[in-house]
Write a protein that binds this ligand. Structure first.
Ligand SMILES: [Zn+2]
Length: 398
């Protein structure tokens, strides 16, 4: 029996009731997918006196992600997978922050003062973490544990929404995907969403998916679980019709993507990609993209190296995404292929005294072993391709 008993949440039989800081929606544990919605609710625990805020403030984006809960619920229903949703407002405690983040408990949000958060002691915040923050995250963790125990590391999909206007400017994206280093879900997800040419789909805007300690960092990055976060523009999912439209769209895409044979092997395994957020310099670049354009000559050499590395990572991620492009075609057209890139990596490492094996340098570029990649993507070279290859090799003096 894969479904949990009524009212029992993931794990050790902890009973969910109206006071637990999360809502748990049942689903197939072996469904391969877990949904999370960190900013679902705009309620407050009893006795919190809604932090002294007027009701009108609670309906604003500062209190929760408008429409995100409904989309998550419907998505859970369509795909019959578990979902964990926050019950309380992000203003009470922000579940999508690390416990030591200064914005964990906001005293001021988009112009609104939050009276109940002013003058809190460290102990007050600790209590909120213990009573409202940890139980939510422990539930997500247990849910992942159960899927792993059932033999299938799940995919994590996080649903958020963003305000359509910010500081007077209308935001252009219909939805945007935030991600850090693990490309397994975001790359194909973005590609699928962009197939609908009526949609403007952003990537790591208006926020970056590289926030250390946020919900995806904790449950995805650190555990090696494939994950992505979608932000949907709030005006599109304010109405029931809009919520339904987006839930159906995402269900269709996720279903297709999760049932793809090639994806399955890659997605449902624990694999560590690390995080850009662990690199302070890169974080500095990404979080301050409003800076004026800089003259190249002013860039600190270390920073320049970081930027070059970021461009390299993007090239690698692009090549991984475009698995259908054959190495032999790359060779024929441009005189290099993924193996060359692996060799360049290996040589650059060797120049700095680090000996890497051929296999390891290839795995860095392919994101998997070379054999596995060939199994998945390499097609038999045609006579034409081989002929052209021989010609270009001769020209290049190889
Ligand atoms: Zn959010």
């Amino acid at each position: 029996m894969s479904l949990m008993m009524d009212g029992e949440t993931a794990g050790t039989g902890r009973k969910e009731n109206n006071n637990t800081p999360y809502e748990y929606l049942q689903g197939r544990r072996e469904g391969g997918l877990i949904l999370v919605c960190d900013h679902a609710g705009n309620a407050f625990p009893e006795g919190a006196d809604q932090l002294g805020l007027a009701n009108a403030q609670l309906e604003r984006h500062i209190a929760y992600d408008i429409g995100a809960a409904a989309v998550t619920r419907q998505l859970s229903k369509h795909l019959q997978v578990p979902a964990i949703l926050s019950r309380y407002s992000r203003l009470f405690i922000d579940l999508n922050r690390s416990a030591d983040d200064p914005t964990l408990v906001m005293r001021l949000s988009d112009g609104a003062v939050v009276p109940g958060n002013i003058g809190l002691s460290k102990a007050d915040i600790k209590r909120r973490i213990a009573d409202y923050y940890e139980p939510y995250h422990e539930t997500v963790d247990r849910c992942i544990d159960q899927a792993i125990e059932a033999g299938r590391p799940p995919v994590l999909f996080s649903v958020h929404s963003f305000t359509d206007r910010w500081k007077g400017q209308k935001r252009p994206w219909h939805a945007t995907v935030l991600w850090d280093r693990d490309p397994r879900v975001p790359c194909p997800l973005i590609a699928e969403l962009r197939k609908d040419t009526d949609l403007v789909i952003g990537e790591n805007v208006p926020y970056t998916g590289e926030l250390k300690g946020d919900s995806m960092y904790r449950h995805g990055t650190q555990r090696g679980i494939a994950h992505a976060l979608i932000e949907i523009r709030q005006d599109l999912i304010r109405s029931e019709a809009g919520q339904q439209e987006w839930a159906e769209r995402l269900a269709r895409i996720l279903k297709k993507f999760l049932s793809d044979k090639q994806n399955k092997a890659l997605l449902h395994r624990v694999r560590y990609y690390g995080s850009h957020a662990d690199d302070p310099i890169r974080t500095g670049i990404l979080t301050d993209n409003r800076k004026e354009t800089t003259n190249m000559a002013e860039i600190d050499p270390k920073l320049a190296t970081e930027i070059e590395a970021a461009a390299f990572r993007r090239l690698v991620s692009h090549l991984r995404e475009r698995g259908e492009v054959q190495n032999i075609d790359l060779m024929n057209l441009a005189g290099f292929c993924r193996n060359c890139l692996s060799n360049w990596y290996r040589e650059a490492a060797a120049d700095r005294g680090l000996e890497l094996s051929k296999e390891m340098s290839r795995e860095i570029v392919y994101g998997m072993s070379y054999d596995e990649w060939k199994d998945r993507h390499q097609t038999e070279a045609s006579g034409d391709q081989l002929k052209k290859f021989a010609e270009t090799q001769a020209q290049n003096g190889h």
